[in-house]
Ligand binder design. Sequence first.
Ligand code: ADP
Length: 615
Amino acid sequence: MKNKRTFKENIKMLIRGYRLVFKIYRRSIFWSIFTNIVGTLSPYFSLYMSALVIDELAYSRDAKRLLLLAGISVIGHFLLNLAKRIIQGRANVYGSDTWRRDMYFYMETQNKMQYDHLENPDVVILREKIYAAKNATGAGMQVLLWEISQVFRSLINIILSVSLTVSMFKIVENREYEGFFAFINSPYSILVVIALIFLNTIVSIKTTNAQSQKIRKAYEDLAESNSLFGFLLNFGEDITIFNMRKQIMSEYNKKLRRPSYVFKDRAYSIKYGSIRMIWDFVMTAILFIFVAAKAYIGVFGIGNFVLYRGTVAKFITAVSDLADIWGLFVQNNETMERVFEFLDLPDDMYHGTLSVEKRDDIDYEIEFRDVSFKYPRSDVWALRHVNMKIKIGDRMAIVGMNGSGKTTFIKLLCRLYDPTEGKILLNGIDITRYKYDEYMKIFSVVFQDYKLFSFSIAENVAAELNYDREKVISCLERVGLGKRIHELERGIETPLHRDYENDGIDISGGEAQKVAIARALYKDAPFIILDEPTAALDPIAEAEIYSQFNEIVENKTAIYISHRLSSCRFCNNIVVFDHGTIVQQGGHEELIADEKGKYHELWHAQAQYYTEKNA
Ligand code: ADP
């Protein structure tokens, strides 16, 4: 664990952190500082007024003045408390919203991130670590937010206590003292008090928060293994069938090991806790003696004795609180460093400025010109020297074995990644030169691992909150779900799944695919792509869905992807991928005629599945 940042680096990170926090939680910060100012003032007011009342009682004993002072004291106290309560109410309202704001901020950041970060396991673990630290101890921006009021409180305490206490150091000039009292009345005693306060600060820094630092570290370690094992445990059936529980649990234990530092930690906190307690006691005793001795030799009266005792104690607490906070900030910078790393993930995708022309005749042509691609952090070419043109109205099929590069081709086409070499052109212009959002709008894809959410059917289809009812219904009818939806009591408003609503419905795998396809239709993009969303179906059912779909898409350009050749037989343009390259292209009859070709080989290898019905 890096804990060797310089003071300057820590301060720099704090400033950057607070800039961010001010941006996100402006209101809660305002109210929490305001509450603290009022809250901090009120004990000083009481202390100050008590000193005046005691002096009055001890010396002049003027009943009228005494009554006035008591009145001011009581009413002032009441008003200050009332103000504090009212402001606190507001502060609580905004304060309770900070967790949501924090989450919202991270989600928004992630939504804006370029796609390859989302697929990068390092980024996923980084994010999980930030969340884990945040959920465990509020580390990260929340600590900064919570501590800001404490910083203010301590600073106000220091200013007020110092300004009320300076007169305590007054030295009586015209009297001679001996021994201890001579020392008390000399500037040396002041030096000793200052030295003690300085020592106190150092002890506070040294003993601070070692424990919470370790706990945070333990939670972060957990985050890493949790994201790994959360993934493993999703495959419940396999674990049961193959009896893999032992294997998984032993792996889990290995990864997590026994958190011995938790035990060490206890010894740690007892050791430092007691040092701190004894030190506090000694410090308070010495200062008490100092103030008492000064009062005794007549530097100030009883009233001020009460006042100074209070203010000195407040000063000491404030200084040691500030030291504690500094320790906490230094630790928190561990998490902040991750937060900044997450926020600073580079957006190195080029964003062009050209508008994608909206054409009524949807006349778009796409060309792959000698495109090669390697995934980030991989040395293997997933695509190599791919050349092809996709023309408007095409019915194109991309076939090939699993791992031959079909999905990668689609990811490049939709600009989730940019080619490592070569270019992709839309109507003759490099796609990177178009505005990213506009380019995205011309594609509609149903991926193999498409996701439906626990929203209403309509919201799933429209992928937006304000949807066009007629259009949703028409898309559902086109994929053959019209009757099913009609039978539902709440129609297209029926929620999917039961995560949030009890009357949600669970639909079959086949129906889910149809909803996903309806979503692709609703987007009404000129290019529509089916990337094996039907892989879970049998080859014949897949072939049926694909050919039905072919009628639904009308004049759009459709691209079908499958590792089953039979599903794409109807396409006029079949592209065969093998090991990331295009090995054949043409119509079914033409391709099958080439007996040495990959298509012929695959077709015959797969023929057993559908000879009776399709071949
Ligand atoms: P297909 O869709 O034809 O099954 P893919 O396009 O998914 O094939 O995969 C092509 C190659 O790229 C495979 O070797 C696969 O292992 C690799 N690959 C796919 N996705 C990633 C990724 N996110 N990171 C690294 N390699 C990947």
